[in-house]
Design a protein around this ligand. Structure first.
Ligand code: HEC
Length: 131
């Protein structure tokens, strides 16, 4: 049997829980307005990653993180249909939508790595686009 936790550590646990709650509320309210915009520096970095994007990795990222809303064939559902996405969005705007989120789409900046974002954008453009 472990001894009962002393009072001090119980209040420390409460304080930690409060910190986590505050962080969650902050994250959710950010997500609610589409997340923070991608900065020019973020987009420059992502474009550089796009230049050597790994489409095989993009396939995995799409299946894991995007297909639930966009459909595994890109035909849409909760998310937009992706056919011809390369004609609607420049590479930079495409990277920006994934980084920042849009409407009810959550932001992926800081959740996926730059390489994963670049890869999934390359996958979407080559699989659902007209390029
Ligand atoms: C929770 C559901 C959801 C998930 C998960 C999701 N999306 Fe979306 N996505 C949406 C919705 C909804 C829209 C339409 C947003 C709007 O314009 O209001 C959208 C729009 C887009 C667009 C713009 C399409 C266009 O024609 O303008 C792209 C590109 C996109 N998503 C890529 C992705 C990628 C890449 C992933 C995975 C990393 C992803 N989405 C994950 C819901 C989702």
């Amino acid at each position: 049997m472990r001894p009962a936790a002393p009072r001090r550590s119980a209040s420390a646990r409460r304080a930690r829980r409060l910190t986590v709650a505050v962080a969650l509320v902050a994250a959710l309210s950010l997500a609610g307005c589409g997340g923070a915009d991608a900065s020019e520096a973020d987009l420059d970095r992502l474009e550089q990653a796009f230049a050597s994007a790994d489409v095989a990795l993009g396939t995995e990222v799409f299946d894991d993180s995007c297909s639930v809303c966009h459909g595994s064939d890109g035909s849409g559902g909760v998310g937009a249909a992706l056919g011809g996405v390369d004609e609607r969005l420049s590479v930079r705007n495409h990277l920006s939508v994934v980084w920042t989120g849009r409407g009810s789409m959550p932001p992926f900046g800081g959740i996926l790595t730059d390489a994963e974002i670049a890869a999934v954008v390359a996958y979407q453009r080559s699989t659902f686009g007209t390029e």
